[in-house]
Design a protein around this ligand. Structure first.
Ligand code: LMR
Length: 397
């Protein structure tokens, strides 16, 4: 069967982790995959997660199937988190949420649902975007186009170009937007800019599909919902793919959610019926553990407080690493203004380093960075930052 088949290329992000694991050099540094590391270089299980797991172990009495859409308590907790408990989206019941396997699973379930009814639509992604957006929407059968987003000269947002491009998107097409902590650039929109984007969506009739994988890694759990709030206020149909991989560190529990927001409760019920058919014919029903853990933490005041503290210390450590990286590059006399690194938000920075620099860092210094120059700041620690800075300075000479 496989004799005439060419092997597929490795995944541009997870393939890098495979290479990193094989590397025997003790100085190696992984600035690739978007996974949080503490200052000792470990990806910890959060204390609130350990506490919730202990309680679960004691109280859980069955491993029977979850409903196709997952645990209803999980869906309710997700909605309170992504919209805010007082949002009219909740009181009017015009959104439905199902537990999907991770943020990727959420995007794919959403993509399959849209494809069922509007397979001729194009999906528009930002330039650049997370590489797997192309993979996921492509695999669901969509053609993909790009809208302007990042300005390589200013290393910031090209908002005029973004607006101009989105004004040309035809009604019914799908526009994927990073709700916060843009992956890969770390460049975000502010509140008034989101409001303008929401107005364009309403005016032109395209379908916003928000990827909300990093809530809490930007400015805070409440502050980071600004994009979601603008679309909710607009009263239009939109989708939100969210995930607890990053903000709860539940990476391998595949704990995500797809939320379909509609103008009215009846629409939401129709959407839910079709979401269930999409899931049933794919993975039938979701894994339970991560969802139980997240629900317990969100619904238990002490655990929630502990979580918010742990989340803000992750966020603060990344901001510290941004500062140290900029200070280190300046101290090494590396040519250029690196202040943009401190302005960007979330785990990533689009460093602006050329592919030659990225390849040289991997070959000569065992430092792993995703092609295009995206660095995961959470991979930097007080122990490896000097080595990284010196290596970058040498590679850029
Ligand atoms: C990333 O962008 O590195 C993460 O979202 C992990 C992944 O699945 O690619």
């Amino acid at each position: 069967m496989w004799k005439s088949v060419q092997p597929a290329p490795p995944d541009s992000i997870l393939g890098l982790t495979e290479e990193f694991k094989k590397d025997q050099n003790p100085q190696k540094v992984n600035l690739g995959v978007g996974v949080y590391k503490d200052d000792a270089g470990n990806t910890p299980v959060l204390r609130c997660v350990k506490a919730a797991e202990k309680l679960l172990l004691e109280t859980q009495s069955s491993k029977s199937y979850l409903p196709i859409s997952g645990d209803p308590a999980y869906a309710a907790a997700v909605q309170r988190l992504i919209f805010g408990a007082k949002s009219d989206v909740l009181s009017s019941r015009r959104a439905v949420t199902i537990h999907a396997p991770g943020g990727t699973g959420a995007l794919r379930v959403g993509a399959d649902l849209i494809h069922k009814f509007n397979g001729d639509a194009k999906v528009w992604v930002s330039s650049p975007t997370w590489a797997n957006h192309n993979g996921i929407f492509g695999a669901a059968g969509f053609q993909i186009s790009r809208y302007g987003y990042y300005d390589a000269t200013t290393k910031g947002l090209d908002f005029n170009r973004m607006i101009e491009d989105l004004e040309k998107v035809p009604a019914g097409d799908v526009v994927v937007l990073h709700a916060c902590c843009h992956n890969p650039s770390g460049v975000d929109l502010d509140g008034p800019q989101w409001q303008q984007i929401a107005e364009v969506a309403v005016g032109k009739g395209w379908l916003p599909f928000l990827d909300f994988a990093y809530q809490g890694f930007g400015d805070g759990v409440d502050e980071d919902r600004i994009a979601v709030e603008q679309f909710a206020a607009a009263g239009v149909d939109f989708f939100v793919a969210s995930s607890f991989s990053k903000n709860f560190g539940l990476y391998n529990e595949r704990t995500g959610a797809i939320t379909v927001v509609t103008p009215a409760k009846n629409d939401a019920e129709v959407a839910m019926s079709h979401l269930k058919t999409v899931v049933r014919t794919n993975y039938s029903n979701p894994p339970a553990h991560g969802g139980f853990v997240a629900t317990m933490i969100l619904d238990t005041p002490d655990l929630r407080t502990m979580w918010l503290e742990e989340l803000s210390s992750m966020r603060d450590r990344i901001v510290d690493m941004r500062r140290s990286l900029v200070a280190g590059l300046v101290a090494q006399g590396v040519d250029g203004d690196f202040s943009f690194i401190e302005k960007q938000r979330g785990m990533f920075s689009f460093s602006g380093w050329s592919d030659d620099v990225v390849v040289s860092l991997r070959k000569n210094n065992n430092i792993y960075i995703v092609g295009g120059g995206r660095i995961n700041l959470a991979g930097l620690t007080t122990s490896n930052i000097d080595y990284v800075v010196q290596s970058v300075a040498a590679a850029m000479k």
